[in-house]
Design a protein around this ligand. Structure first.
Ligand SMILES: Cc1cc2nc3c(=O)[nH]c(=O)nc-3n(C[C@H](O)[C@H](O)[C@H](O)COP(=O)(O)OP(=O)(O)OC[C@H]3O[C@@H](n4cnc5c(N)ncnc54)[C@H](O)[C@@H]3O)c2cc1C
Length: 455
């Protein structure tokens, strides 16, 4: 790959050796390798296999579960230089690119030809398409467009033997045997290196209507969700954030952006698609009036302009980054919609009992039953003690998730953070099948050892 593209010392090791997860593991890569072609990736994989050096496939390192962390002398294989868009075909509605292209660049390329790549989330500027496929990322439009999996038409993958698998592409229909492409989507870098992808694009909505509502409790929020689902409108986002989150999303420095005098126990950021902005806004108004009369919302504001719609979105999308500085202890879980209210009450009670003084912050993608639970370190408590306490509390959180029929990993994956809990919501038989697949594709455990699977 050229000497300048192998980094063996200095701050680069720390930078490339970790992602955005907060964990108590060391950051200890042996080297960072930055190839610039598929052939180079194959050679790097063969070289590592020959020398018994494990590989951490690495994208934008925005992951939140430690999947891209190198903690035991692995070689970090960064896709950052593999950032070319190779082909855009508007008539087939396909985009073919290298795996290191940032998600935002894919969105911009699609938009340039009048189309949409609808997967969208706050870290899109840094997250790469390869990383988003490896985590089957979700985001804020899943309620309308589904997960990343729905938008991957083809993949090129380098396996542990150095072979290049060409999995799908232009063919819409290919039922000749197993769809191996699906195995690599959401595999968190444990089965091979995604080197290129063919993505599906779609027609963008003509216009969007955005509203922020304030609700007293989650039952009211769920009633509002059912109302919108039953209505004659195309719901494209239904996001929630609690009272504590509101302070972070609006940013202490700019509370004037928050449209209500005070945040309610829950805010809903909702978006619908329409023929024009005016039509979308006009569709929202009677729905929200009826919701208000039914007690589902206390206050509501419909954004009158696109700029104000963006400002409302920022209240929700800014939360994760604003919290980052507080080193929150996070859990990304999903629950059946009907259990959300009871689950959140039980979680808050359990935190108050086991972690007194810890502030809880809850937000997420309610339409997908996906909650992001955050626990903040109290003033004066050393972070390492706080984290150790939270680790001891984790079985309680995931025990509740299991009790309510949810998943311990909604959209961020398992990585290092949650591997001990995989068996909470996946059966022994399922984990055994996953292990067989791993052994078949990567018998020597070259890719991302110690991730995803429990010991
Ligand atoms: C502010 C913020 C908001 C976020 N919001 C969301 C959200 O709404 N929804 C959501 O799903 N996620 C969200 N995330 C998490 C994260 O951004 C996504 O998981 C993203 O898809 C990770 O992409 P990445 O390129 O940064 O991957 P990385 O962090 O580099 O890697 C993630 C995993 O994928 C593997 N991997 C990376 N590239 C490849 C490759 N080419 N081949 C094989 N394996 C690979 C790594 O080994 C690792 O296991 C958010 C993160 C932040 C910081």
């Amino acid at each position: 790959v050229g000497e300048t593209h192998v980094l063996c010392e200095g701050p680069d090791l720390q930078e490339y050796g970790q992602d955005r997860a907060v964990g108590d593991w060391p950051v200890r890569p042996t080297a960072i390798v930055l190839p610039n072609s598929v052939e180079q990736i194959q050679q790097v994989v063969l070289c590592c296999a020959e020398h018994g050096a494990a590989i951490v496939p690495s994208g934008g390192r925005t992951g939140l579960v430690g999947g891209a962390c190198a903690i035991q002398g692995e070689v970090v294989l960064s896709l950052s230089r593999m950032n070319r868009i190779l082909r855009v075909d508007p008539s087939l509605r396909l985009l073919h690119c290298e795996a290191g292209v940032p998600l935002e660049k894919i969105q911009q390329e699609a938009s340039r030809v009048g189309l949409l790549y609808p997967i969208d989330f706050a870290s899109k500027g840094s997250a790469q398409i390869g990383g988003s496929i490896a985590t089957n990322a979700g985001g804020v439009k899943v309620v309308r467009y589904g997960l990343t999996r729905n938008w991957v038409q083809g993949l090129r993958v380098v396996t542990a033997s150095g072979a290049l698998l060409d999995l799908g592409g232009e063919l819409l229909k290919d039922n000749a045997g197993f769809d191996l492409r699906q195995l690599f989507i959401g595999s968190e870098g444990t089965l091979g290196v995604i080197v290129e992808a063919t993505l599906r694009l779609c027609a963008p909505p003509r216009a969007l209507g955005v509203a922020l509502c304030a609700s007293e409790d989650l039952r009211a929020v769920l009633a509002l969700f059912s109302r919108l689902r039953a209505a004659d409108c195309m719901l494209s986002a239904f996001e929630i954030f609690d009272e504590s989150s509101a302070g972070y999303g609006s940013g202490a420095s700019s509370p004037r952006d928050f449209p209500f005098a005070n945040p309610a126990p829950w805010q809903v950021l909702l978006e619908i698609e329409g023929e024009s902005e005016q039509i979308a806004r006009e569709a929202l108004a009677p729905l929200l009036t009826a919701a208000s009369e039914a007690g589902e919302v206390r206050e509501a504001v419909v954004a009158p302009t696109a700029a104000q719609a963006s400002a409302l979105w920022a209240l929700r999308e800014g939360i994760s980054d604003a919290l980052h500085g507080r080193s929150p202890f996070k859990a990304d879980v999903s629950l059946p919609l009907g259990s959300l209210d009871a689950f959140v009450s039980r979680w808050r009670e359990a935190v108050a009992e086991a972690l007194p003084g810890v502030e809880t912050v809850c937000f997420g993608h309610l339409g997908d039953g996906n909650l992001h639970l955050n626990h903040l370190c109290p003033q004066g408590v050393p972070p390492h003690r706080f984290f150790a306490n939270c680790r001891r509390f984790e079985p309680t959180i995931f025990g509740l998730v299991r009790e309510f029929g949810g998943s311990i990993a909604a959209e961020h994956g398992v990585g290092l953070l949650k591997r001990a809990f995989l068996g909470y919501t996946r059966s022994p038989a399922e984990i055994a099948v996953m292990r067989s697949i791993k052994n078949a594709l990567d018998p020597k455990g070259l890719f991302n050892p110690g991730k995803l699977f429990p010991d």
